[in-house]
Design a binder for this molecule. Structure first.
Ligand SMILES: Nc1ncnc2c1ncn2[C@@H]1O[C@H](COP(=O)(O)OP(=O)(O)OP(=O)(O)O)[C@@H](O)[C@H]1O
Ligand SMILES: [Mg+2]
Length: 287
């Protein structure tokens, strides 16, 4: 029997033929720092890639970009060098051994709001060379910067990562509140990380979701949870995603479930060409 993901993959393969330059953007963010965004991003990327999707990651955390480090690859350049030091997209991009493309944003991310026409053209034309992507995952910094909100605003889906600690939940709520009060129309999804049990995960989501529903009149979507798992830290030290290094681990099983939910709900619609996406982003940032 074909599972849902398999059916979707076939559907997508059919679509690829005539829909080749379109992809889906998932922006991953959090209220509090250190809750597990980057580990989530690289492992989700690895799973989606294994399931047959072509994945790129934009490391938009200009403070502490580290997607490449967690993958054990090293990037010399970033979007900054593309903008100001004549580097092209192939030179700044790094490709992992499982063929995931990583685009380091670096301090270039903060500059995106202030580009003159020439730089803007350069950015668009370089990024337009990125063909054949099905899914773009954007890893942001934590908290409430305008840059993060811009990335939230232009995403097809936003994934907010939190853990069960009251501080993380309060900050997640704060972020959601700002997103909704700014009239940003985003699909907000939640992943609860580092849980000790499925009940803890559900209770934590319920708590957040009830508060958001009653004070902000918005219904969050639950994507699932990731167990507290020592394999996560081990994989970080080995600079390899845990879904690859430890395919039987608790955390991997959790990520598999989450990726099925994501594939089931959001992947049919690939909305963006790279030009549309960056155009939208630059307009938001330039305001
Ligand atoms: N499910 C988990 N089980 C155990 N440890 C975890 C889990 N998820 C994340 N961690 C640990 O939490 C730490 C922070 O993770 P990560 O760097 O992904 O967070 P982040 O949200 O990207 O942080 P920042 O806000 O600084 O970008 C890492 O050391 C990682 O090993
Ligand atoms: Mg991070």
């Amino acid at each position: 029997m074909m599972d849902q993901a398999e059916k979707l993959r076939q559907l997508m393969n059919l679509k690829k033929a005539n829909n080749d330059n379109k992809f889906r953007v998932l922006t991953v963010t959090s209220g509090k720092g250190g809750v597990g965004k980057t580990n989530f991003v690289i492992n989700l990327a690895a799973i989606l890639q294994k399931r047959g999707f072509r994945v790129a990651i934009l490391d938009a955390d200009f403070g502490m970009a580290n997607v490449d480090i967690l993958y054990g690859v090293k990037s010399k350049y970033s979007v900054y060098h593309l903008l100001y030091e004549e580097k092209n997209i192939e030179e700044i991009m790094v490709t992992t051994k499982d063929n995931i493309k990583i685009i380091p944003g670096g301090s270039g991310i903060k500059e995106l709001g202030q580009l003159n026409d020439e730089k803007r053209e350069k950015l668009l034309s370089e990024f337009s060379k990125l063909q054949n992507i099905d899914i773009l995952l954007v890893d942001t910094g934590a908290g409430l910067s305008n840059v993060v909100l811009n990335f939230v605003e232009v995403a097809d889906d936003v994934i907010i990562v939190t853990n069960a600690e009251p501080t993380a939940l309060t900050d997640a709520y704060g972020l959601i509140k700002v997103i909704i009060k700014s009239n940003i129309k985003a699909n907000l999804n939640v992943v609860i990380n580092r849980v000790k049990s499925i009940t803890e995960a559900k209770d934590t989501f319920e708590k957040l979701s009830r508060t958001v529903e009653s004070f902000l009149d918005y219904k969050l979507k639950y994507l699932g949870y990731i167990s507290e798992d020592s394999k996560v830290g081990q994989a970080v030290r080995e600079q390899n995603p845990y879904v690859i290094a430890y395919p039987k681990s608790e955390a991997t099983l959790c990520l598999q479930k989450i990726s099925s939910v994501i594939l089931g709900e959001t992947i049919e619609n690939k909305n963006n060409s790279i030009k549309d996406y960056l155009g939208k982003l630059l307009r938001k940032m330039g305001r």
